[in-house]
Design a protein around this ligand. Structure first.
Ligand SMILES: [Fe+2]
Ligand SMILES: [Fe+2]
Length: 270
């Protein structure tokens, strides 16, 4: 069996939780530095687009203008489109006109965005959630989404929504995903939507919404220790991104560890 190359390779980076330059997240983590390191490294993988799936900034840290300028530079210099949506830590409308410069359509919310990446349609949805412990879509957004996907795209559609439409693994985060996920499924169940990409939970988890795969990328900033007791969220310093490979027949999600690990061996293959 020959293994085909992916049609498209995307990189998903979630939950950067940026703070202002020179400051530290929770007094310990230099998230701006983590972001620069992540972007430098993922570009070596040749992505067709980079998806930022919410919680770009840490709550009460106003970093969005600087971030838009920074990724704008990457976009211009390297021609790699960035697709960004907000999360519950991002102020309302913080992901505004300065983001999603390559979009082909907008939706009812400022952060709703549609992109065509070489025939693959990527739709970002603002799931709100600022000041609340769950996310939701409005009926207006669902109606708009139905219009956007009424005709299939060449390579199908990926949805990006910060709050996952599947349950959390941790008991402490129960109920903090996307409310009324069944209403979203009603809209997309007969469409060309091939997968849903989320973040928010700060660990990897995969599931399905009806028959549609859901991938939750671990965070680029900190991630929760799933061994912690049920009422404790223990943030760990490991950071992750996801390689999303889009093939004609399938979409795969590979976790990409961004922080230190030891090599056991290396050998040349082929
Ligand atoms: Fe987050
Ligand atoms: Fe979040």
């Amino acid at each position: 069996m020959t293994t085909p190359a992916p049609t498209l390779r995307l990189i998903q980076i979630s939950d950067l939780h940026l703070v202002e330059e020179g400051r530290l997240l929770r007094d310990v983590m230099d998230t701006p530095n983590r972001m620069r390191d992540v972007l430098d490294r993922v570009l070596t993988l040749g992505p067709a687009a980079i998806i930022l799936s919410g919680d770009l900034g840490q709550r009460n840290h106003y970093v969005h203008d600087d971030l838009a300028a920074y990724i704008g530079h990457f976009q211009e210099q390297l021609g790699v489109p960035f697709i960004a949506i907000g999360g519950n830590h991002d102020p309302i409308d913080a992901v505004g006109q300065a983001f999603n410069l390559a979009k082909i359509a907008s939706g009812p919310e400022l952060g709703d965005t549609v992109h065509d990446v070489q025939g693959l349609r990527i739709i970002g949805l603002d799931s709100h959630g600022v000041g609340s412990n769950y996310g939701h879509l409005t009926q207006q957004q669902r109606d708009w989404l139905a219009q956007m996907i009424a005709e299939p795209a060449k390579y199908g559609t990926l949805l990006v929504v910060h709050h996952p439409p599947i349950p959390s693994t941790t008991t402490a985060q129960r109920g903090s995903g996307l409310r009324d996920a069944d209403k979203l499924y009603e809209v997309i169940k007969d469409s060309d939507v091939r997968a849903i990409l989320s973040g928010h939970y700060h660990y990897q988890v995969a599931g399905t919404l009806g028959h549609i795969p859901v991938w939750v990328s671990a965070a680029a900033s900190y991630n929760f220790d799933l061994f912690a007791p049920g009422d404790i969220l223990r943030g760990m310093a490991d950071g992750w991104a996801t390689i999303v490979d889009v093939y004609p027949q399938t979409v795969t999600f590979s976790s990409l560890l961004l922080t230190h690990r030891d090599e056991v061996f290396a050998k040349t293959v082929g």
